[in-house]
Ligand binder design. Sequence first.
Ligand SMILES: Nc1ncnc2c1ncn2[C@@H]1O[C@H](COP(=O)(O)OP(=O)(O)OP(=O)(O)O)[C@@H](O)[C@H]1O
Ligand SMILES: [Mg+2]
Length: 231
Amino acid sequence: MTSNVVLQASGLRRTLHLPGGSQLPILRGVDLTVYAGQSLAIVGRSGSGKTTLLSQLGLLSPPDDGVLTILDKKTNELSDSARAALRNASLGYIFQSYSLVPHFTARRNVELPMRYATRVSRLDRKERVSHVLELVGLAERAQSKPRHLSGGEQQRVAIARALVHNPALILADEPTGALDTTTADTVLDILQRATQAQGAALIVVTHDPAIANRMDRRAVMHDGKLTEECG
Ligand SMILES: Nc1ncnc2c1ncn2[C@@H]1O[C@H](COP(=O)(O)OP(=O)(O)OP(=O)(O)O)[C@@H](O)[C@H]1O
Ligand SMILES: [Mg+2]
């Protein structure tokens, strides 16, 4: 199929079952279509379900109901291993906290998603890691461990790690939340440029209107639904 739809979600739902027996609906039917090369910001108040939604879109947790199609594959019809393979091959995830492995160097952290790419030779893998470290401006710091890197540098390592296997879709949960405004700007520039260079689609969860305004599209999570803003 030649469709340039990267992700299509329809009717995604998630309800939490709280201690005491009550139920808290978080996602009440989320619909979303994202095309190759597009960027989308998801905003909404704290607790509105942005991370919950992103983890469903990233195949990290399953919806209670709804259909999620990624690269023409209906993910709910896939076996666990096929879903994991799709996630490993096609998705890059930047977590709300950097979640780097503390005792690994920047280079080894970035290399992690490639451990599944068994058909890629060691040399190609090495070149690929060097390329993305270069893209995020950290070629010189490849041998540094996270504790010797600033917050902005650690987040750039996390970005490089999300890009290294050339995924079709990057999902970023508050990628600049822990950074000062200037560093956040630089990191976001890097994320956007690197994503564009690879022709990937980008979904960014953010509280920051300035960041949201830099994306092609903006949508708000409210009352368990996602509503796109026009213009
Ligand atoms: N594992 C969990 N157990 C219980 N409640 C949870 C769990 N994960 C999320 N929640 C609740 O689900 C709701 C949505 O959480 P989520 O993390 O998706 O919000 P968010 O929009 O990302 O918030 P923030 O902007 O603060 O990151 C919140 O009320 C949260 O307390
Ligand atoms: Mg969150």
